[in-house]
Design a protein around this ligand. Structure first.
Ligand code: RB5
Length: 143
C-alpha cells in the first residue's frame, strides 16, 4: 500500500504529523506537497494528488486543507476519484465500505490531530463491501 498525502498551508502541520504516524507504521508515503507553510492553493495540490490516485500510482490519497471542503471539491473533479470528507471515524469507515472512497479529505481547522490519526487508520484499514454499492458507483463513473 502506498499513501499519497497533500495539503495546502492550512493543513501543512497536520500533514507532517500524519506522515510521521504512517511512517512509524511502516506504510509507504508519497508526500505531494505543499513543502513550506506559506500560502498556496488547495485546488492545484488536490487535483495533482487525485491524478496520482486515478493513475494508480498510489493506493489512497489524503488531502488536507482548512475545512477539507476545498480539497474534496478539487479531488472529486478528477475522473475515477471518490473523495470523502470526514471529520469523525464512523464516516471514514462508511466511505470505504459503501463509497469505495479512494481519497480521504480532512479539515485541519475542524479535526484535531489525534482524531485525524484515528480517521486515517480507520480509512486505510476498512474494505469496500461491493455488491449493491458497486452498482451505484458505476452509475457515477458513467457520467
Ligand atoms: C485557505 O485559506 C482555505 O480557504 C483552505 O484551506 C480551505 O479551507 C478551503 O476549502
Amino acid at each position: 500500500m502506498i499513501i499519497g498525502i497533500t495539503s495546502d498551508h492550512r493543513g501543512f502541520e497536520i500533514k507532517k504529523e500524519l506522515i510521521k504516524e504512517l511512517k512509524n507504521k511502516n506504510i509507504e508515503i508519497k508526500d505531494n506537497g505543499c513543502f513550506t507553510p506559506g500560502s498556496c492553493d488547495y485546488s492545484l495540490y488536490g487535483i495533482s494528488l487525485a491524478e496520482e490516485v486515478a493513475k494508480k500510482n498510489i493506493t489512497y490519497g489524503i488531502a488536507i486543507c482548512g475545512t477539507g471542503i476545498g480539497m474534496s471539491i478539487a479531488c472529486n473533479k478528477v475522473k475515477g476519484i471518490r473523495a470523502g470528507l470526514c471529520s469523525e471515524s464512523f464516516s471514514a469507515k462508511m466511505t470505504r465500505k459503501h463509497n469505495n472512497a479512494n481519497v480521504l479529505c480532512l479539515g485541519a481547522r475542524v479535526t484535531g490531530i489525534e482524531l485525524a490519526k484515528d480517521i486515517v487508520k480507520t480509512f486505510i484499514e476498512e474494505d469496500f463491501e461491493g455488491g449493491r454499492h458497486q452498482k451505484r458507483i458505476d452509475m457515477l463513473e458513467e457520467k
